[in-house]
Design a protein. Structure first.
Length: 197
């Protein structure tokens, strides 16, 4: 009989459990050993993807709190797609920003965060992105203190961003709009969530 037939965890399951325990320990230490965390997260990607299909967001984060660190979801997406979403957005940002703001001006759209247009045109252009695709801004970001959205959403505060999924804060203290948008895209993929119609 196999260990699975006997109701005992197999060798791979035990290894993954040990790695998850090591991850929790590494995340709880200050300062966080980021290279170690990234290595361990890469080793657990397949297991975490399976877990995300059947477990709640809160329980996944309880088992793998390293997902809450800025950049971890982007790393997972890069492992799967072979491209760095953050770099792709950042590299295209200068040309996109100018075109997006011009497009939005031509559509005579009332911009969110318009008062920041001189200080942070990146934030204004990216957070008004849904308008360019005739999408509801409420599917993309919120400034509300309490977030209850089921789909991934960016919570915008004065100087930071957080990503929420199913009303649970999954990543906080994101510093740039570009990283927030990239992490939002990664959250849809990682948690196997379809964009609302």
């Amino acid at each position: 009989q196999t260990s699975a037939e006997l109701g005992q965890p197999g060798e791979e399951a035990l290894t993954m459990r040990r790695i998850a325990d090591a991850l929790r320990g590494a995340v709880s230490q200050q300062p966080v050993d980021l290279p170690l965390v990234k290595r361990l997260m890469r080793r657990t990607l397949r297991v975490r993807q399976e877990l995300m299909k059947r477990a709640s967001v809160a329980s996944v984060l309880e088992d793998y709190p390293a997902l809450k660190l800025p950049g971890m979801m982007l790393q997972d997406a890069k492992l799967h797609f072979g491209i760095d979403i953050f770099e792709a957005i950042r590299d295209k940002m200068p040309s996109y920003q100018a075109r997006a703001l011009l497009f939005l001006e031509e559509k005579e759209v009332v911009l969110d965060f318009e008062h920041l247009i001189k200080d942070d045109p990146e934030k204004v252009s990216l957070l008004n992105l849904p308008v360019a695709f005739d999408e509801k801004r409420a599917f993309f970001f919120t400034t509300e203190e309490e977030v209850t959205a089921k789909t991934p959403i960016i919570q915008v505060t004065e100087s930071r961003f957080s990503i929420f999924v199913d009303g649970v804060e999954v990543v906080c203290n994101i510093e740039t709009t570009t990283e927030a948008v990239g992490t939002l895209m990664a959250a849809y993929y990682l948690f196997s969530i379809e964009y609302p119609a």
